[in-house]
Design a protein around this ligand. Structure first.
Ligand SMILES: [Zn+2]
Length: 246
């Protein structure tokens, strides 16, 4: 076994806190397309709705819902990959391990330790009111209220109901951001996988970890702007990397 794989396996099997950070590449190993990337072309045929338009206009709200429902149907049926399962088994073994993800597909879900998963861009399976605390499963809400004139909250009658994915122009959840920041500070190892690390603020966590002397590991098919400052870099598909460390 190559020394990098050996070192990675030792880190994963150790007791020190690991913060995982994942992007679309992790779900590609479950057969999903990269929705933000060009290859699938999803956003070429489905115009994204800016958050400010969602607020302003009922047609945009409907368009946003239709986009999310289309993604929902594309990802339903996908199963967590072996890498998803490996991350969750490491979290369940040591709850100082956390997983920050940019993915909205829920494949990273951990039922035993749900609070150890930090979804930066929200998730597609739930929707909620932008005004009050009302929340519901996305499809259930849609089926019940799709014939209404607009996506108005049934609880407060004031706010709009939006799928809990973060839209272009919408702020990330401050609570999720601050926990993600904290667990990046505390990590002894920061393992970024399946992310190009090009988008801010997502790529800020690797800097926080580095500033707090974490060892940095980057697992990604392509090179990233942070490769020079990592301790271990493996450029390959995650399923191939998994094969080497299982
Ligand atoms: Zn409400």
């Amino acid at each position: 076994m190559n020394t990098y794989f050996k070192a990675l396996k030792t880190i994963l099997e150790g007791k020190d806190a690991i913060t995982f950070f994942s992007g679309a590449g992790l779900s590609v190993s479950s057969g999903l397309p990269d929705f933000r990337g060009d290859k699938d072309g999803f956003w070429k045929s489905n115009t994204p709705v800016h958050f400010s338009d969602f607020i302003k206009d009922p047609i945009s709200r409907n368009k946003s819902w239709q986009n999310n429902l289309a993604i929902h149907s594309k990802i339903s049926g996908a199963e967590p990959s072996r890498m998803h399962k490996l991350i969750n088994s490491l979290i369940n073994r040591n709850t100082d391990n956390f997983h920050i993800t940019q993915n909205i597909d829920g494949l990273h879900k951990n039922t035993e330790n749900p609070n150890n998963i930090l979804e930066l861009h929200g998730n597609i399976f739930r929707c909620g009111c932008l005004n009050c605390g009302f929340e519901a499963p996305t499809l259930e809400f849609y089926e019940k209220y799709k014939n209404e004139e607009d996506f108005t909250c049934p609880a407060c009658s004031k706010g709009y109901i939006k799928v809990k994915t973060i839209s272009f122009g919408q702020s990330l959840d401050q609570n999720v951001l601050s926990i993600a920041h904290r667990v990046s500070e505390q990590a002894k190892y920061f393992v970024a996988m399946g992310s190009s690390l090009k988008v801010s603020p997502a790529n800020s966590f690797i800097k926080v970890a580095k500033a707090n002397k974490a060892k940095i590991i980057i697992l990604n098919k392509d090179k990233t702007p942070f490769d020079d400052y990592a301790d271990i870099v493996i450029n390959d598909y995650l399923e191939n990397i998994y094969e080497q460390i299982k």
